[in-house]
Design a protein around this ligand. Structure first.
Ligand SMILES: Nc1nc2c(ncn2[C@@H]2O[C@H](COP(=O)(O)OP(=O)(O)OP(=O)(O)O)[C@@H](O)[C@H]2O)c(=O)[nH]1
Ligand SMILES: [Mg+2]
Length: 686
């Protein structure tokens, strides 16, 4: 990984070739607006659209427009000063974070778009950690400076705790009264005034701005000198370092992930965008470094960072070529499977896809019709597939909804649509539950599921009905009983006769079901006994409270038979009748599933989590420091499954959106009183 040693590569040379840059950052920080500004500035579009008017290249889907937020990533390739750049605008909402996580391994660098907003600092921390852990070089772009009332120094105080590496200011702002009017570039030592939607204009650096520049520049150089002894000496001896050396250090230390340069501007006014592009041009690493970071082997390799299914164009795999050349007609394989034959190579600009020739190392393109390719695959065209360069597992889902097609005839269509949705977004999971006869869609939160269900209707034309998923209640008994079950029917010729005596008793929790044959003297012939057991199981499938009965032992102790009229069927019926008649007298009691829940949250929210869990009948087990996460805790509790349903909504709202949890079935527990009565009554009514 590149992060360890910044002293190694000191080359300030500009890497040649196409780049792939992720735009990431907290919710609503202005990533999609920044992409728009970049595309306008580089001439890929005539003039920038706005998120408000729904005219941006990003967020072009109906769902994104409706909700005014990114609900999936946008890929856009443009050219800046003769180099090709593909920008990937990632959604900021934690519910859609998988799109970002799947992209990160393949990018050369990330631009973290953020605001000087204390409330978003934790979200920023989560994103910075992903980048730090993967060793992705990163810039911070402090956005919305047109409305910031705080000074940049103040902004740094808010933002620094989110990063484990020092944030290094590259610019300071100049003001005209209360309004930001321009900036000073600390590396160039040059002052600029902003012009809306146009390149900034150079102005003399003088007066108060010059004084502030001196201080800020010294701070920047000091941060760089921490990794460069020569620069440190120059600073100590008051020798002004040569400009080239400063740029060289900025580039080398950024590429090595030792520092995080902070640039600033306003996406909606296209301010600071050219500076950002120039920094990317000179400082962001190229595909060679990225391939090295990923340990790419082999002559051709491409990483699939997203999969789209569009109604007209079919399946499209967005891939970054990491080595070699990839284009039409090539058959690609991952280590697991053959992915298919490329049919169409496309340059992407949001929803528009333009056919083009083969793509070479560094380029990010759409590849058509790779039927068996998945997001996250490492594909290659050689005889033996190259090893996977990354494995991105989605976070476990936290919220579920039970779905059905409104009309039976759409059942198959619903299944196909769900398959397409999960192919595009592996953080959605479909669970078929035969016992409850329902299809359950699991996702990362309310909006995530909402967008998925909207797509089922809007994109795939399946009208659906939704309800909360069924909870797996059971029932058991507290008392033993002995019961005769008799089935006798005399209708015309052949009759039916089965007669059994059953002893039913409770078993310890979790033991399920046991059947015992205690027949002596052949009063029930051996060959009918399996049928009796089947009948007993039939009887236990629906207990007196309406749920499957568990943790019971049933013994067949006596009975009788008829040489002509007895049959498997008759004995099965007798077994069922015996159980059904016995259970109401055995003090049936409801059992509910209890899960072990672990909430990860910032420590100052731990007390709130305890309160939330207690209010949900949770039994708090305690809390610990979260391993490797300063200032975070993990709270553990045993919580009824019925109370976990919308837990994520409360957890997020109490943690500025950053809290999360995992859960796993732990045990079944008896439930009595009003809550139990309600559940039984609801079951009867259904
Ligand atoms: N004043 C001001 N508003 C901005 C700026 N950049 C973005 N916005 C506004 O911030 C809101 C969110 O902008 P987006 O570009 O959608 O932000 P985003 O980061 O893509 O949002 P998500 O992808 O949903 O996380 C919109 O209302 C934008 O108009 C800026 O520089 N200045
Ligand atoms: Mg966006």
């Amino acid at each position: 990984m590149a992060a360890a040693n910044g002293q190694g590569k000191r080359s300030a040379e500009r890497p040649a070739g196409p780049r792939c840059i992720a735009l990431v950052g907290p919710f609503q920080s202005g990533k999609t607006s920044l992409l728009e500004a970049i595309l306008a500035r580089t001439g890929a579009i005539q003039r920038p659209g706005t998120v408000e008017a729904g005219t941006t290249v990003g967020d072009a889907s109906k769902e994104a427009r409706d909700h005014r937020m990114s609900v999936e990533l946008t890929v856009a390739t443009t050219t800046f000063m003769d180099d090709s750049y593909t920008f990937i605008d990632c959604p900021g909402s934690v519910e859609f974070i998988h799109d970002m996580r799947a992209v990160l391994p393949a990018v050369d660098a990330a631009v973290v778009v953020c605001e000087a907003d204390e409330r978003k600092a934790l979200q920023l921390q989560l994103i910075m950690r992903e980048l730090e852990d993967l060793g992705i070089p990163r810039f911070l772009f402090l956005n919305k400076i047109d409305k910031a009332d705080a000074q940049v120094v103040e902004a740094l105080r808010i933002l620094q705790p989110a990063s484990r590496k020092p944030l290094v200011l590259r610019q300071i702002l100049t003001m005209n009264g209360d309004i930001v009017s321009g900036f000073v570039d600390l590396a160039l030592e040059r002052a600029f005034v902003y012009r809306e939607h146009a390149a900034s204009e150079v102005v003399p650096l003088e007066g108060d701005a010059l004084d502030r520049e001196k201080v800020a520049r010294f701070n920047m150089l000091e941060a760089l000198a921490d990794h460069d002894d020569e620069l440190m000496e120059q600073l100590l001896e008051d020798i002004p370092p040569p400009r080239d050396k400063v740029f060289e250090d900025l580039a080398a230390e950024m590429r090595a992930g030792l520092v995080v340069p902070v640039l600033m501007g306003s996406a909606t006014r296209t301010n600071g965008v050219l500076r950002l592009l120039k920094a990317l041009r000179h400082e962001a690493p190229g595909v060679e470094s990225t391939a090295e970071r990923l340990g790419v082997t082999g002559e051709s390799a491409a990483y699939v960072l997203k999969t789209f299914n569009s109604a007209h164009a079919g399946k499209m795999s967005v891939a970054r070529v990491l080595a070699g050349q990839i284009g039409d007609g090539l058959t690609l394989s991952s280590p697991e499977r053959e992915a298919g034959r490329v049919s169409g190579t496309f340059k992407l600009l949001g929803q528009s896809a333009e056919k083009r020739g083969p793509a070479s190392a560094g380029e990010t393109v759409g590849l058509g019709k790779l039927e068996y390719a998945h997001t996250g695959d490492t594909l290659s065209s050689g005889k033996s597939p190259v090893a996977a360069v990354a494995a991105v597992t989605p976070y476990p889902p936290v919220l579920a909804v039970s779905l059905a097609a409104r009309e039976r005839k759409d059942d198959v269509k619903l299944g196909q649509a769900l398959q397409k949705l999960t192919e595009e977004d592996p953080s959605l999971i479909v669970e078929h539950n035969p016992e409850k006869q329902e299809v359950v869609l699991w996702g990362q939160g309310e909006m995530h599921l909402r967008v998925a269900t909207e797509r089922l209707t809007d994109r795939f034309g399946v009208a659906i009905v939704q309800r909360p998923p069924t909870i797996g209640y059971r029932e058991t008994i507290r008392k033993s009983a002995s019961q005769r079950g008799r089935h006798k029917k005399q209708s015309g010729g052949h009759g039916q006769f089965g007669d059994v005596v059953l002893e039913i008793k409770p078993l310890p929790r979790g033991e399920g079901f046991a059947f015992e044959d205690r027949i002596t003297g052949g009063v029930v012939p051996r060959n009918y006994i399996p049928a009796v057991e089947d009948g007993v199981r039939d009887g236990l499938a629906h207990g007196p409270l309406g749920f499957p009965v568990v943790d019971v032992a049933v013994a067949l102790v006596d009975g009788s038979y008829h040489t002509v009229d007895s049959s498997d069927m008759a004995f099965r019926t007798a077994g069922r009748i015996g159980v059904a008649e016995a259970l109401p007298g055995c003090q049936p009691v409801l059992l509910e599933p209890i899960d072990l829940v672990e909430i990860a949250c910032p420590s100052d929210a731990t007390a709130k989590m305890n309160a939330i869990l207690s209010a949900r009948r949770g039994q708090i087990l305690g809390f610990d420091n979260r391993d490797g996460w300063d200032g975070w805790d993990v709270v553990r509790a045993k919580v009824p499954e019925a109370e976990i349903g919308d837990l994520i909504i409360e957890v997020r709202s109490a943690t500025a959106g950053v809290g999360s949890f995992t859960f796993a079935f732990d045990h079944m527990a008896e439930l009595t009183g009003k809550t139990a009565d309600h559940i039984v009554a609801a079951r009867r009514a259904a």
